[in-house]
Design a protein around this ligand. Structure first.
Ligand code: NCD
Length: 298
């Protein structure tokens, strides 16, 4: 495989290979790690804001000995009217080994894939509401550190499902690993039709005996002009607090891709509580992105 655009392109064996690669990288010495991608060059091109994904790709690449360059879109020729395609052709002409891109449009990566030669690997760092493959890898890897198998898990995802590429990628990846008990909950207008069979009737049934609870931010920046949301009652209706979390299994883990809004989708007590693995997800983000870069670039 040349590019990583959609988590559905990876089968169970591919996912397991990446997890094993991450295990391996984690246990080796810094000196060994720095040799893995020595001499390689990666470019990060992010058309949307990012803290975790951008920084973890940069740390991942440099931690493997690659040199990584971040082109800040707000300071680039995009601001002088250069088209998306011309920007990509310009970057490709400089022959980096990897182009790590985030874009607000669904399937933006598919639009440019034909502009890339086989030795420039395109890695999707999030496209619109569609996919966020490396997020699902780090999510799965975090689950795998706490749970023994994927098949018997109840995974509950709560919040703004409609605008969430995190939810799409995680549902796809869990499905590849044969998790059948995936339950979604959120307001009806933020529940995509394709997931109607996974929707819980209320938050109590959604959380009841869950093994993994994933909370999502209201992704206001992805709302259409005619989409309206009153967030006053959000925490009460769709937010996770310590009382509601008691409905889940005692050893349930609480996840959030970040950035989180405390007091809205998650209480501070839960975000900082013993069941929260939010910072483990962040740490695993660097590791899984290293596994991906090594797999595609070496
Ligand atoms: C997510 C994203 O960008 O889709 N964040 C992330 O990559 N960690 C989720 C979000 O923005 O809410």
């Amino acid at each position: 495989m040349t590019h990583l655009l959609d988590i559905k392109d990876l089968n169970k064996a591919d996912l397991e290979q990446l997890f094993k690669r991450a295990d391996e990288i984690q246990t080796e010495t810094k000196a060994l790690r720095l040799n893995r991608l020595a001499g390689k060059q990666a470019v990060c091109l992010f058309y949307e804001n990012s803290t975790r994904t951008l920084l973890s790709f940069q740390l991942a690449a440099s931690g493997l000995g690659a040199t990584v360059f971040h082109l800040p879109v707000s300071h680039s020729s995009v601001q002088k009217g250069e088209s998306f395609h011309d920007t990509i052709k310009t970057i490709v002409a400089m022959a980096p080994d990897a182009l790590i891109m985030r874009h607000p449009e669904d399937h933006a990566h598919q639009q440019i894939v034909d502009l890339l030669p086989n030795n420039v690997h395109l890695i999707n760092a999030g496209d619109g509401q569609n996919q966020h493959p490396t997020q699902s890898l780090l999510d799965l890897y975090t689950i795998r550190q706490h749970k023994t198998n994927f098949q018997d898990l109840k995974v509950t995802i709560i919040g703004d499902i409609k605008h969430s590429r995190v939810a799409n990628s995680l549902i796809d990846a869990l499905t590849t690993l044969k998790t059948t008990n995936i339950v979604l909950y959120g307001p009806d207008n933020l529940m995509p039709k394709q997931y109607a069979d996974k929707k819980a009737d209320n938050i109590n049934t959604a959380l009841d005996q869950a093994d993994v609870v994933v909370m999502l931010r209201i992704q206001k920046e992805r709302f259409d002009k005619n989409e309206f949301l009153n967030i006053n009652q959000w925490h009460q209706q769709y937010g996770l607090d310590a009382d509601k979390l008691k409905l889940a299994n005692k050893d349930a883990i609480v996840m959030h891709p970040g950035p989180s809004n405390r007091g809205i989708e998650i209480s501070a007590e839960v975000a900082d509580g013993p069941q929260s693995v939010i910072l483990e997800q962040v740490a695993n983000g660097v590791l899984l992105r290293q596994a991906v870069l090594y797999q595609f670039l070496s």
